[in-house]
Design a binder for this molecule. Structure first.
Ligand code: FES
Length: 111
C-alpha cells in the first residue's frame, strides 16, 4: 500500500491544546497536540460548515464552538448532539521534528 503522508507543520509549532489549521492536498485539517500525542482531524464539523480548529480542546476531544458537539480526536465520533456523524480523523506520524498526516487514509469508521 502506498503511503501518502504529507508534512503538516513542525512539531515545535504546536502548543498543547491549541488546534492548528492546515490545508493538505486541498483538505482542511486541524492538527492538535494534547496529552502528549498529536492528532489530525478534519477541520469541518459534521453538523455544519464550521472550523473545528476554532474550538476548545479538552479530554482528547475538540469542541465545535457553534453548537457544542465534541469530537473524539482518536475516533472522530461526536459525544453528543446536535452532530450525529463522525468527522474523519487521519493517521499522524512524527519524523525529524515534522508532523506528517495522511489525509487519504481516514481512520474513522462510519457507522
Ligand atoms: S456546527 Fe458544529 S455542532 Fe453545529
Amino acid at each position: 500500500m502506498t503511503s501518502t503522508f504529507v508534512r503538516a507543520c513542525d512539531l515545535s509549532e504546536l502548543e498543547d491544546d491549541t488546534p492548528k489549521r492546515v490545508e493538505l492536498d486541498g483538505t482542511p485539517v486541524s492538527v492538535v497536540k494534547t496529552e502528549g500525542e498529536v492528532f489530525a482531524i478534519h477541520d469541518i464539523c459534521s453538523h455544519a460548515n464550521v472550523s473545528l480548529s476554532e474550538g476548545e480542546v479538552e479530554d482528547c476531544q475538540i469542541e465545535c464552538w457553534l453548537h457544542g458537539s465534541s469530537f473524539d480526536l482518536r475516533t472522530g465520533k461526536p459525544s453528543g448532539l446536535p452532530a450525529t456523524r463522525p468527522v474523519p480523523v487521519y493517521p499522524v506520524k512524527i519524523e525529524g521534528g515534522s508532523v506528517l498526516v495522511d489525509v487519504h487514509a481516514s481512520l474513522t469508521q462510519e457507522s
